[in-house]
Design a protein around this ligand. Sequence first.
Ligand SMILES: [Zn+2]
Ligand SMILES: [Zn+2]
Length: 342
Amino acid sequence: MRAIILHGPRRITLEDVPVPAIAADEVLVKIAVATTCGTDLKVYEQGGHPRMLRPPTPFGHEWSGTLAAVGSRVRGFREGMRVVANNSAPCLQCFYCRRQLFNLCEDLLFVNGAFAEYLVLPARLVQTNLLVVPEGLPLALACLTEPLACVLHCLDQVTLHPGDTVVINGDGPHGLLLAAVAKRRGARVILCGRAPQRLALAPRFGADAVVNYAAVPDQAAAVRALTEGQRGADVAIEAVGRPQVWEATAAMVRKGGQVVFYGGCPPHTRACFDTQALHYDQLTLRGVFHNTPAHVRQALALLGEADFPAAALLTHTLPLSELATAFALMASRQALKVALQP
Ligand SMILES: [Zn+2]
Ligand SMILES: [Zn+2]
């Protein structure tokens, strides 16, 4: 089979490798579509991932496909089924899993290698996070299950009342999905970003107002100006992953407001916060990470709803051999997500 192998920073090759064999409790997926995500771009540019991927390695983690082989001990799945899976599976046994904090699992198993013709799913992933794609849902759209599950998990960490103002910092796929889900939950949504073509899409994802922070001197002040009495937003979410944006996000909420850090920053970075504001304005600051099996299921169901705008994230379709082109389109912000077909 053909598979993309990462050899180092910006060095990928399309190689012929053997189709992997499966154990009795595993399945083999024939990939139909794999979508790119910001993490893949980071992995490509850095030539690996400090926790997950050492070159030479296959990569890619958002995909959908059909079952090409099903191990003899696997229940509930058969060859030919259209499936999608999360990119990780919790152990269900550790301290955190026993407390239902599955995203914090001490032994979270990550599966990579979707930029290929076939992918083996280990037993634990088959048991916890492999799902059948509902009839009528295009496989390309089903690829968005994992990122949308992270978004649903994020918004479940905040208290949201109808009419509350939610500001989202970040105009990438996650920022746009956060906007769409916050809107569905009754919020008034402000989206901040700096790519005009992405901000132009924001209203389709439910944004009531947009702020191009490249065009304003003070991003937090620009957001406050859009709230009643310049009071600030009820909820502010960071979906970029830069310490400066973490700091700006914390300056956007009203007294008693909630600040959520969704975008992961580079290792060893720090952010600074105004202690007076945290204390006297009684702010809540919280980090969120990844998703849980329940959110993975909710995400797949939501993708099937006709009025949910996720399809607009799939701006380009390319053959797998054009992965480097896909990353160039993402880096220049022309593409939100590229759907790759092996
Ligand atoms: Zn992703
Ligand atoms: Zn666990």
